[in-house]
Write a protein that binds this ligand. Structure first.
Ligand code: ASP
Ligand code: MG
Length: 590
């Protein structure tokens, strides 16, 4: 008999009536022949209220006691849910995280799951019980209660589904699926019928608040199909799996992080380890860095820009200023009024001109782009916060995301992608949430062109990439960063065969706009580290930086995403860089 995990979020268990409705759903699934494990969140806004209560007592509550407090919310829900099922004449038993055997590390308020022992759950299922599991919590080696971070019940649900080899994990929530973007910001947003794990991962961290990101990482690591549906309607919902809705269109969704902040460190001495020091220290404090862009200035000093969530800015600034002093950097600047808009899609990898189209649509609306990073399946632009929502709407319209995409002919292929590897991966993992590196690839077929001083005006990126594409050049990676004197620095890569055409186009463009002559290299090396958990394990970029620095390899371009870290280095340093990264990530490489 197959196992089904059903997770009910806070709004789905907000009152007695809703608890009864959820109980009926579970009973129905059991009647249809499945063993059912329910994972429940705290009722309604309980967790918020508990956080609030704690703040009324102290502004700095001990993390261990926070976990003690917050875990009570879920304990209430599971007990009531078990009573609800009993009252309907069925067998049920509730368990806390500790009783379930969810072992975590001891990072209170953001613990990671190490292991799950399923004996007790299985025994209860065999007895015909519906098992009701408290979401969001676990227990550390010292038997202290831990929580997995806000929204963590999703992660509990998918982790249980993985550990139990469940057929599926259903996530019941107050929206009826995953949308092409946040419908509150863009009313034309459309519900997707399906979405690929990588797409969902990129969208989730890019600002689509549907699910806890770590839960999608779990789902991908263990190939658990996740079905997001509404508790309040019978809408079909959205299935998250290896299979995207379509590969025929380049973009499947768009997202916005409204509260980002940019930091720029100017004049970082160009010696091994300088950039690495900054990111290592940030990672040490668990501060995730997002769009990282570095350009090597002419005087041998580098400028590095990156973004963090706005709430992390004070802490990030403190760290960066301290490291900056030690390193002897020229200046640390920041802008706390920025937003990041991203478009995501597995189909992007197969189509040219996607970035150009995005830039052109933004230019048409007079939206200035402050930074750009691209990876295989995501393009992100940083804009002024005041223009964030408009940028999102513009991107959504430009790629016609309100329209259902044509189905892809090869619908059944991707399933194979993960299934076979699953057991092997599980066997190699020490902790269920460990970083997994799938491959470290070296691409020596590309060239790079850089224009160092593009005036910071709307429309120039659009114009440049339009000219580049007219010259028949297929651009791969693009990074735009904050240059000197309010100028922007733009670098992009392309197949070597098109290097001359790209350079010539960039020359003409620079002359036209009054920028200095571009520089370039006919052959660069692009290294791609692919895996799962690349961002939630905040130290990945820092480790790559450090390892390359120690090997004396200069990083020319970098872009980070949820599933990939791309680094461009000089052509003759590619092999060494690849070896260095393989050594650095040898433990995590499977
Ligand atoms: N109750 C917790 C929260 O509100 C966990 C969850 O709902 O997923 O963050
Ligand atoms: Mg919640």
């Amino acid at each position: 008999m197959g196992i089904l995990v059903q997770k009910f979020g806070g709004t789905s268990v907000a009152d007695a009536e809703k608890i009864m409705a959820a109980a009926r759903r579970a009973i129905l699934a059991q009647r249809q022949g499945r063993q059912v494990v329910m994972v429940v969140s705290a009722m309604g806004h309980t967790t918020d209220h508990l956080v609030d209560l704690a703040r009324q007592i102290t502004s700095d509550p001990p993390a261990r006691e926070m976990d003690m407090l917050l875990s009570t919310g879920e304990q209430v829900s599971v007990a009531l849910m078990a009573m609800a099922i009993h009252s309907l004449g069925h067998k049920a038993i509730s368990f806390t995280g500790g009783q379930l055997g969810i072992r975590t590390d001891s990072m209170h308020t953001k613990a990671r799951i190490r292991s799950i022992s399923t004996d007790r759950i299985r025994a209860a299922l065999e007895e015909g019980c519906i098992v009701i599991a408290a979401g969001f919590q676990g227990v550390s080696d010292t038997a202290d209660i831990t929580t997995l971070g806000r929204g963590g019940s999703d992660t509990t649900a998918v982790a249980l589904a993985a550990a139990l080899h469940a057929e599926q994990c259903e996530i019941y929530t107050d929206v009826d699926g995953v949308y092409t973007t946040d419908p509150r910001l863009v009313p034309e947003a459309r519900r997707m019928t399906r979405i690929g794990y990588d797409e969902m991962l990129e969208l989730a961290t890019a600002g689509a608040g549907v699910m806890h990101n770590r839960s999608i990482e779990f789902a991908k690591r263990f190939s658990v199909p996740v079905h997001v549906r509404s508790s309040f309607s019978d809408s079909e919902g959205t299935v998250i799996s290896w299979l995207p809705e379509s590969r025929a269109v380049p973009v499947c969704g768009a997202a916005l992080i409204q509260k980002e902040a940019r930091l720029t460190v100017r004049g970082v001495p160009d010696r091994p380890g300088a950039a690495a020091a900054i990111f290592t220290r940030l990672a040490g404090r668990n501060i995730p860095t997002d769009m990282i862009v570095q350009n090597v200035a002419t005087d041998g000093r580098a400028d590095i820009s990156f973004t963090v969530f706005q709430e992390e800015l004070p802490a990030a600034l403190r760290i960066v200023e301290a490291v900056g002093k030690e390193l002897g950097v020229e200046e640390v600047g920041y802008d706390e009024n920025v937003a990041k808009a991203s478009v995501v899609g597995l189909g992007m990898a197969r189509q040219a001109g996607v970035a150009e189209k995005l830039f052109a649509s933004l230019a048409e609306k007079g939206i200035n782009i402050l930074m750009i990073t691209t990876s295989e399946i995501k393009i992100s632009v940083l804009v002024d916060r005041g223009q964030g929502v408009e940028a999102l709407r513009t991107a959504h319209a430009a790629f016609r995301l309100d329209q259902p995409p044509p189905p892809t002919p090869d619908e059944s292929v991707p399933e194979a992608n993960g299934k076979n590897d699953r057991e092997r991966i599980i066997g190699r993992l020490h902790g269920m949430e460990d970083l997994v590196i799938e491959s470290i690839a070296l691409d020596e077929t590309q060239g790079r062109v850089t224009i160092g001083d593009i005036p910071d005006r709307p429309g120039l990126a659009a114009k440049l990439f339009q000219q580049v594409s007219r010259a028949g050049v297929n651009v791969d990676m693009i990074v735009q960063s904050v240059g000197r004197d309010g100028k922007a620095a733009m670098s992009f890569t392309m197949p070597q065969e098109s290097y001359e055409a790209a350079l010539e186009t960039a020359r003409r463009f620079s002359r036209e706009i009054g920028a200095a002559a571009p520089s370039g290299e006919r052959q660069v090396a692009k290294l791609s580290v692919s895996g799962t958990g690349l961002k939630s394990h905040v130290s990945v970029a820092a480790r790559a930086f450090r390892a390359l620095a120690e090997a004396g390899v200069n990083v020319e371009m970098i872009s980070t995403s949820e599933v990939r870290l791309n680094v461009v280095v000089r052509g003759d340093e590619g092999r060494r860089a690849a070896e260095t990264l393989r050594r650095e990530f040898q433990e995590e490489l499977i």
